[in-house]
Write a protein that binds this ligand. Structure first.
Ligand code: PLP
Length: 416
């Protein structure tokens, strides 16, 4: 279905045909704002313009051959359901993975999930009733909105600021967003879309609130290894809130296996894991072959992640250096992950991004960016910001930043 066909039109069409109405929840579900411009990009590509895709976090590097040989090695006569909590070997592999970082989980404290995405949904559903609230920090990973709609929970967004590289405000500021409906805080560290890595002091502030208000702390650490300048500290480093902490993790990014869909929800809180297992039982299991395929990666993670992280560090450095050459942009040095949010000298970054993809070209090439509004829950936030994902090699990233520089000059002459 065309992503541009708006919900209202479809409803009118169905009303004419006297088709029953769909749910409020379905109507309020966001279509991924990151993919909106993708349709226009396809059209432009078909007109012969080369598009550099910097809009989504789909790593371009090849998946390690170890994954494919593992699949071949394990001949399967039948692709059967796996146990709902995950295959025993995969759970052991996750245990070994975490052990590398000094994080101790037993197999019974984890459920293998369909990516980190399902782990977030299980976490929200485990701790929240309808209309309960979860605190997030905006800008945040936009699909948290979709997960919250599915789980029928409300996200309360604490604003962060580009001026300090999107670091967390002091605990007393965050505390203002806590209400009797608040059940937990959802952190994403290192952060998508900002690339921020939270310091021990920042995390201590959050932990203090978790204790004081008796909340859950969910932490999405899917970018754990992508830590360039700052030390990454896991929420599992705070044993005083062990029973209130839920860890969300995934193989997708760190091993370049996004399509394998293997993640995990882990907690020392037995009730949380037991309820996640019940949600897991309802969807029967996670794909069997992929659970086996990631075992070599999880068992010896550094061997696979080191070259990937080094490549992204180079890209981060190049982006940072190139941004210095572009007049009027606001930026900082992202400490981790593989994204940056940039403030542009434009009023409406959505209009600019659309113009880039529909009209602009430099030497028959252009770039696809993600307007940052989609990463904010509050209206009119991030209006002049875009997120850029480091999804191309160093030389191509340089080209892209040059295209951005020239495009901004042209755009300002035309519209500003
Ligand atoms: C912060 C964050 N969490 C979770 C996910 C979900 O990824 P997956 O379901 O592939 O593990 C993503 C994907 O981009 C992400 O950026």
């Amino acid at each position: 279905m065309s992503e541009l066909k708006v919900d209202k039109e479809l409803r009118l069409e169905n009303q004419r045909e006297k088709v029953p109405s769909i749910s409020e929840r379905a109507r309020s579900m966001q279509a991924s704002p990151l993919r909106k411009l993708g349709v226009l990009a396809e059209e432009r590509k078909n007109k012969g313009v080369k598009i550099y895709y910097l809009n989504i976090g789909q790593p371009d590097l090849p998946t390690d051959p170890a994954v494919f040989s593992e699949i071949q090695k394990r001949e399967q006569k039948t692709i059967a359901y796996a146990p709902s909590n995950g295959m025993a070997e995969t759970l052991t592999a996750w245990r070994m993975y975490f052990k590398n970082f000094g994080i101790e989980f037993t197999e019974s404290e984890m459920i293998v999930t369909a990516g980190g995405s399902e782990a977030v949904i299980f976490a929200m559903c485990s701790i929240c009733d309808t209309n309960d609230e979860i605190i997030v920090f905006e800008p945040f990973y936009t699909n948290y909105n979709g997960f919250a709609t599915l789980a029928n929970v409300k996200l309360k967004a604490v604003p962060l600021s580009i001026e300090n590289g999107f670091h967390l405000p002091p605990a007393n500021e965050i505390e203002k967003y806590i209400t009797p409906k608040t059940k937990g805080i959802l952190l994403n560290n290192p952060s998508n879309p900002t690339g921020a890595i939270y310091s021990r002091k920042e995390l201590e502030g959050v932990v203090q609130l978790i204790k004081k208000h008796n909340l859950f702390l969910m932490c999405d650490e899917v970018y754990r290894e992508f830590a360039y300048d700052a030390e990454f500290i896991s929420v599992m480093d705070f044993p005083e809130i062990a029973q209130q902490t839920i860890l969300i993790d995934s193989c997708s990014k760190r091993f370049n296996v996004c399509g394998a869909r293997i993640g995990v929800i882990a907690s020392h809180n037995k009730e949380v894991i037991q309820s996640s297992l019940k949600f897991g039982m309802a969807r029967l299991s996670v794909a069997t072959i992929e659970q086996l395929a990631v075992i070599p990666l999880l068992t010896e993670p550094q061997k696979f992640t080191q070259p990937i992280v080094e490549e992204f560090r180079k890209r981060r450095d190049v982006v940072y250096e190139c941004l210095k050459e572009i007049p009027g942009v606001t930026f900082y040095k992202p400490e981790g992950a593989f994204y940056i949010v940039i403030g542009l000298p434009v009023k409406d970054s959505e209009h600019f991004s659309k113009w880039l993809i529909e009209e602009f070209e430099y030497e028959n090439e252009t770039i696809l960016l993600a307007p940052a509004q989609g990463f904010y829950a509050s209206p009119n936030k991030g209006m002049n910001e875009v997120r850029l994902a480091f999804m191309l090699n160093v030389e191509e990233m340089k080209k892209c930043l040059n295209i951005l520089k020239i495009a901004l000059q042209n755009y300002q002459r035309k519209f500003e």
